[in-house]
Design a protein around this ligand. Structure first.
Ligand code: ZN
Ligand code: ZN
Length: 144
């Protein structure tokens, strides 16, 4: 699986968050994160204050989709769509409902990421932390 941004091989990590296994893919070159639709759904279900996956898909479907230039890492021959929601650009695959977050987008929603850097390691906690970041980014974009 390749990074939609820089085409490097994505590293794949699974973590229990908090009970279900969530799989995230991170690019070790550009720090982008890809999460497939199935994991995104599990992630949002595990966080009671997060908007539901169905609500997010509903909001996404109402938005203007621009065809982007990035390839979906999960689907063959699918381009990610670019959506602008609350000033944040989201790369979204309408085929598998996966989302790609580049580092700048994540830092734009959670500025403290910039100072603390990405703590993403093999110990598992790094992946847990990535799940938290994605959850709070989605809460920031889609809640209210
Ligand atoms: Zn990359
Ligand atoms: Zn896809």
């Amino acid at each position: 699986m390749n990074c939609p941004d820089c085409y490097s091989i994505l590293s794949t990590k699974a973590v229990k968050y908090p009970v279900d296994a969530i799989v995230v893919h991170k690019c070790n070159v550009c720090d982008g994160i890809w999460i497939a639709g199935t994991s995104l759904k599990r992630l949002l279900t595990s966080e009671p204050s997060a908007p539901s996956y169905e609500k997010i898909v509903e909001i996404i479907n109402q938005k203007n989709h621009l065809s982007g230039t990035k390839n979906c890492p999960s689907c063959e021959n699918k381009k990610l769509h670019v959506l602008k929601i609350r000033g944040v650009e989201l790369d979204y695959c309408e085929s598998c409902n996966g989302m790609y977050f580049d580092k700048g987008e994540l830092e734009g929603v959670i500025p403290k990421l910039k100072s603390e850097g990405f703590k993403y390691d093999d110990a598992g906690m790094g992946t847990y932390w990535v799940c938290e970041v994605i959850t709070w980014v989605l809460v920031g974009i889609f809640s209210g």
